[in-house]
Write a protein that binds this ligand. Sequence first.
Ligand SMILES: Cc1cc2nc3c(=O)[nH]c(=O)nc-3n(C[C@H](O)[C@H](O)[C@H](O)COP(=O)(O)OP(=O)(O)OC[C@H]3O[C@@H](n4cnc5c(N)ncnc54)[C@H](O)[C@@H]3O)c2cc1C
Length: 302
Amino acid sequence: MENSIFEELCKVLGEQKITKNEPMSNHTTFKIGGKADFFARVTTICELQETINIAKKYNLPITVIGNGSNILVRDNGIRGIVIQIGIENYNISSDIVTVGAGVKLSALAQKLLKEGITGFEFASGIPGTIGGAVKMNAGAYGKEMCNIVENTKYLDTTNNEIKELNNNEQEFEYRNSIFSKHKEYIILETVLKLQKGKQEEIKEKMQEYMDKRKQTQPIQYPNAGSTFKRGNGYITAKLIDESGLKGYSFGGAQVSSLHAGFIINKGNATAEDVLQLIKHIQNTVYEKFNINIDLEIEVIGE
Ligand SMILES: Cc1cc2nc3c(=O)[nH]c(=O)nc-3n(C[C@H](O)[C@H](O)[C@H](O)COP(=O)(O)OP(=O)(O)OC[C@H]3O[C@@H](n4cnc5c(N)ncnc54)[C@H](O)[C@@H]3O)c2cc1C
């Protein structure tokens, strides 16, 4: 059975885009995660639809990822097919930008800089794809994707139909959207409304944001960004810091001593190390401040 699934996937995607027993640590910025039964990188909508059809035929669960920068994959990996969205089309027409879900935010920011289009600088240092960023309503420096996203095209995997939602219909909230509630929707492409700007000013802004990240975030270690969500009326990283947890570690996972909101992989961290550390942080903050802090990163797999 496993062989016929693999053969069918190979026929649709070509051998280079499909692997068996693929370590997810190769596909997450945390560099953590057990093996996926099948790992498929799809680069067209047609490939995606055919991969979904195979998953349905064999009753296999599917898990969609972009750049793996907001996920923690458990140590026993992921059953079924992990689909990495690699749809990378883009079109810039004046200040309207149509972009495929697999395009990395940093790559798009460079293209927009070249074209002298402003409004995307805030996202230039977020290490995700357009699909992951729309789903998470990713944001930084006072702006979020919901401020610039117009329509988003998605595949409804229940019937393999391509549909579209306007900004309001995407139900954006803090680090949340309709795509968080509907796992069966896979983002294919989004339209951004930006503005014409001056190249020099765009470059300066991007540099300023990048410098800030370098100073405040432990980017030399594998991590998945802020572990916890911002709270209502408090800064979560500050609570963790004031709980004396900076530098606290469990196995190979450590609370960054540069930014208490980040957990870093010091080398050989397992997902279990990170999960134990998360539990300890949540309990300690609760004991000290009587506040429950919620995860921003998504924990997936077995
Ligand atoms: C160093 C660092 C700094 C970061 N800074 C920020 C920051 O400033 N602001 C911020 O908001 N985030 C930040 N993040 C977190 C992360 O980069 C964002 O959440 C990003 O948008 C995730 O995109 P991704 O492609 O990596 O998604 P993944 O991590 O691959 O997936 C995240 C979620 O999106 C879903 N998904 C991915 N692609 C699709 C698709 N095409 N259709 C449907 N669902 C999809 C996945 O199923 C999963 O549920 C940071 C992370 C790191 C490591």
